[in-house]
Design a protein around this ligand. Sequence first.
Ligand code: ADP
Ligand code: MG
Length: 405
Amino acid sequence: MIKFDSVVKQYPDGTVAVNGLDLLAPSGQITVLVGPSGCGKTTSLRMINRMIEPTSGRIWLDDQDTGTVEPATLRRGMGYVIQHAGLFPHRTVVDNVATVPFLLGVDKKRARAQAIELMERVGLPASFAKRYPAQLSGGQQQRVGVARALAADPPVMLMDEPFSAVDPVVRAELQDEFLRLQSELGKTIVFVTHDIDEAVKLGDQVAVLRVGGTLAQLATPGQLLNDPVDDFVAGFVGRDRGYRSLGFEQAGDLPTHQEPTVKLGDDGARVQRAALAGWVLALDDERRPQGWVNAHAVPPGVSVGPTLLQRGGTLAPVGGSLRAALDATLSSPSGRGVLVDENGALLGTIRAGEVIERIESQLAARREASASAPAAPSAADPASTPAAPSAPASAPTSAAEGATA
Ligand code: ADP
Ligand code: MG
């Protein structure tokens, strides 16, 4: 756990970068600091490992006041990843990853062997070990940066816009890999970004900061999208937030319809018999959907081949979100959303109207719940942010810490 306790940072020129920050980053979770440029994200992050000293206030690491811990000792337990990875250009990839183990005096051969394991863990082939950073793409360099930060197996990871310098497709890949890695490692992570989409994708909780270095809102991604505390947060969270919030709502058991299907290689005559409103779904031998077939394109005597498939539609996974369910219905050429099980096998199809009905009934339930519990509707969700910890004990209902600073 990392806890900011009334932390202030005023730079020598008078700039107040962080102003009375109270924040708790729970162990084993990802806490994202997000906000516009200059709102004090980097300053806050660097105060955690004492690259920057607070002007006043304290930062706790579990039960230790970090102000009393040697910076070098503190940093050994805190991996640090920055934009552009910050690799040593004249060291090979494997030696970059092994930087900290080398410093700690780990035997070089062992440190390199571990470094190669870590490279594979972050999705880099071992064959890259002897390359130099300049011989890698931006996304690959960023992976090296993550591997290097993980090399000493620190319980805490501090990440400052680590994925901001790469293109959107690579960024999405890095984010997905990062989430997969974290689900295995369970580190305590403080992650800084200016990108609200990245924040809601990665964060277990998200702290929105405003310029001047105060906390505007601390909430789960779903709460942030559903319930921004004020116009600043609503504006920052941005357009489509109603739709995006569906990404954090479980779809539950939706009415599932039987869907007629064909297989690759089936004749057009079979397609004609099976098609419903002009479309039929093609499966492979494991009943995994391969794409939709337009019945007009497959007359009798022609067989269903891969080039006839329309693959544009997304699949709704069972147990997925309302957003995934609605998107599957809206993106399907037939208008019928494809629902699949854990193995990707077809369960049936779902309808946009029925997903909307589910959305409306869940919204109605939420409105009813907040009407019957008027106190602090935006207080931290106890399930995911334990114990509204940054609120002072004397004011347990203060939902928007920092708003009065
Ligand atoms: P962010 O990472 O959110 O963009 P920073 O923490 O880098 O913001 O900066 C917060 C504020 O502090 C900004 O106004 C910035 O100009 C100022 N600042 C940052 N570093 C210094 C410094 N060394 N001296 C003076 N002002 C600084
Ligand atoms: Mg910054």
